[in-house]
Design a protein around this ligand. Structure first.
Ligand code: BGC
Length: 347
């Protein structure tokens, strides 16, 4: 069985480490890991991929094995990704990590993995529960979208409570907002949209939705939407909720292009805390974001892979919920947080 073979490789590696004269020679055992992502051009996914590449490389030293890592770009096509998973299984991968294109289509991949007895770790795009529970060798690593929505909502509630007039340009006591949503059907798009606004309502802020649209996580699509809204909507847009930072940056692009000054921008919030978004917070164009822990997710994927390949107990490697899920927390990032981290050069 696959797991036994990997375990044997692990034991051999451990033995070689204690035997004199047995360094990492041509006899170094090899394991294979396949990572399939939905779209490599996605800013957040490319950050996770980079962490994975670096961390799996570090694992080689730690475990004394050669890790053959292959990364495949699904280019937003489930059928392309299914073929990539087939190829990983044909190649003899010991574990596969899948950022699934269509989160309702995981059953096919779970069944293929089960037939080959190769554990599968889904990440960032959460399969429906029923599919994940088809086999004990299927897991999910991610962050709970509702929490991101709540934290994003709180950024706005706090600002409203501190100085309502700064947000309420029309002075009517109601916050007029637009919502830029991620891909339709993505759990983070649904949950962030719902919980951000719910948090405002329970926080006592009266809200009015002027517009909302899916911009598929993309800066250019969000900019296009925002351009249209700035022209078409008569009332001032007082806040922009973007399900991720790239779309928040797109909204900023459109507002600046339309001639607004930094002070005239609506109160714009995102999610992810990508490097360009943190720059925008520093510049005062983005009012806040919510850190989506790319590094933590990659660390958990690597730790779970290590365990599933037999190098460690799963319970020691990660904290599992319902035997299936590894959940990473989000954290809010305000301008004060970003500015307090900016260290003066030369000190
Ligand atoms: C991130 C988005 C990303 C999406 C991809 C979300 O969790 O916030 O930036 O585009 O995942 O699946």
């Amino acid at each position: 069985m696959k797991r036994m073979r990997v375990l044997a490789a692990a034991l051999l590696a451990a033995l070689m480490a204690v035997l004199p004269g047995c360094g990492r020679t041509s006899a170094t055992p090899t394991v294979r890991v396949g990572v399939a992502v939905y779209d490599q051009t996605d800013t957040f996914i490319s950050a996770i991929t980079q962490h994975l590449e670096q961390m799996f490389q570090e694992e080689e030293q730690r475990l004394g094995v050669k890790i053959n890592l292959s990364v495949a770009d699904g280019r937003s096509s489930q059928s392309v990704q299914n073929e990539q998973v087939d190829r990983f299984l044909d190649l003899g991968c010991d574990v596969i990590c899948v950022n699934i294109v269509n989160r309702t289509a995981a059953a096919v991949i779970v069944d293929k993995a089960r037939a080959a007895e190769v554990p599968v770790i889904f990440f960032n795009r959460e399969p429906v529960e029923e599919d994940l529970f088809r086999w004990e060798g299927a897991y999910y690593v991610g962050s709970p979208g509702a929490e991101a929505g709540r934290l994003q909502g709180m950024l706005v509630v706090d600002a409203w409570r501190a100085d309502p007039a700064a947000l309420d340009r029309s002075g009517d006591g109601v916050l007029q907002y637009v919502m830029l949503e991620g891909e339709p059907g993505h759990q983070d798009a649904l949950l962030r949209t719902e919980h951000s606004i719910q948090t405002l309502v329970t926080g006592g802020v009266q809200v009015e939705k002027l517009e909302s649209a899916a911009a598929n996580w993309q800066r250019s699509q969000a900019a296009e939407r925002m351009r249209q809204w700035l022209e078409a909507v008569e009332e001032p847009i007082e806040a922009v909720f973007a399900n991720n930072d790239d779309m928040a940056l797109g909204a900023i692009d459109a507002c600046l292009e339309a001639g607004m000054t930094v002070e005239e921008l609506p109160f714009i919030v995102g999610v992810d805390a990508t490097a360009p978004a943190l720059e925008a917070v520093r510049a005062g164009t983005l009012q806040g974001t919510v850190r989506n822990d790319a590094r933590g997710q990659a660390e958990s994927i690597v730790a779970l892979s290590r365990a599933l390949m037999g190098f460690e107990d799963v319970s020691e490697a990660v904290e599992l919920t319902d035997g299936k899920y590894v959940w990473l927390s989000y954290t809010a990032v305000t301008a004060a947080d970003v500015l307090s981290q900016a260290k003066p050069v030369g000190r």
